[in-house]
Design a protein. Structure first.
Length: 246
């Protein structure tokens, strides 16, 4: 059984979260970190842009939510813009994945499918073709790399950064988004997945993390060792966040 590092859930700004994912990927690529799983949320709310995304609305620079400006952050991965508010993000960093991109996606996504199935939510892959590239909103379409509920609405959108057989895959799970804010950002009504769960009023994020961690242990045949970031690691990541933002 392979030993993985599990970083406890973090609440931080988008700039810090993206700097951390980038740094952990580079560390694993260099053999300085084992495979990694982590979950996190964004505070303040943010819009993340895909690495190659060059078009977005000018008014995004001026948006606020609950009295705070919404961050505009560049991801190290591809894809379209994602609004991070009321969502839970996962990140998996690992090596030895198949050569074909979709095989790698599906190998990683299996823990998401199994974890949500244990909570009573069946997920399957989306069907959208190449037309998705013309939609600035990641959750406006569901590709074969995304996971949707029975009625076809996307619950999880994922994106990858890959070098050889080493992959960073992270993705957003829409759990409790504010539809008013979504309309302000994308000028369309959100097509929110219907999660008919008897315990929905309880702490959904905690339950989701617990279920997904258990599924990951099985899917990756992994022994997860919980290890928060050290003070020295935070210093490096903070410096990288400043560098990436400049």
């Amino acid at each position: 059984m392979q030993i993985w590092r599990y970083i406890p859930p973090l609440v931080a700004s988008g700039k810090l979260q993206m700097a951390l994912d980038t740094w952990l990927f580079e560390q694993h690529l260099q053999g300085k970190q084992p495979p990694i799983l982590r979950f996190y949320t964004w505070e303040p709310a943010a819009i993340s842009l895909g690495y190659h995304q060059r078009q977005w609305s000018d008014h995004w620079q001026d948006l606020t939510w609950q009295g705070q400006a919404i961050d505009l952050v560049r991801r190290p991965t591809g894809g379209r813009a994602v609004l991070h508010q009321g969502d839970l993000t996962y990140a998996v960093i690992m090596s030895g994945l198949p050569g074909k991109r979709m095989q790698a996606y599906q190998q990683i996504c299996e823990f998401l499918i199994q974890g949500w199935r244990s909570l009573g939510v069946d997920l399957h892959y989306g069907q959208a073709g190449r037309g998705y590239i013309h939609n600035p909103n990641c959750f406006g379409t569901a590709t074969t790399a995304d996971l949707v509920v029975a009625e076809g609405r996307k619950l999880i959108g994922s994106a990858q950064l890959r070098r050889g057989s080493t992959v960073l895959q992270h993705g957003s799970m829409r759990l409790a988004p504010d539809p008013v804010l979504f309309r302000q950002v994308f000028n369309v009504e959100p097509e929110l997945p219907q999660l008919s769960l008897p315990w929905l009023g309880e702490d959904l994020m905690v339950k989701a993390i617990t279920a997904l961690l258990q599924a990951a242990q099985s899917c990756f045949a992994a022994d997860f060792q919980e290890q928060p970031l050290s003070e020295s690691e935070w210093q490096v990541v903070n410096a990288l966040a400043i560098q990436l933002a400049s």
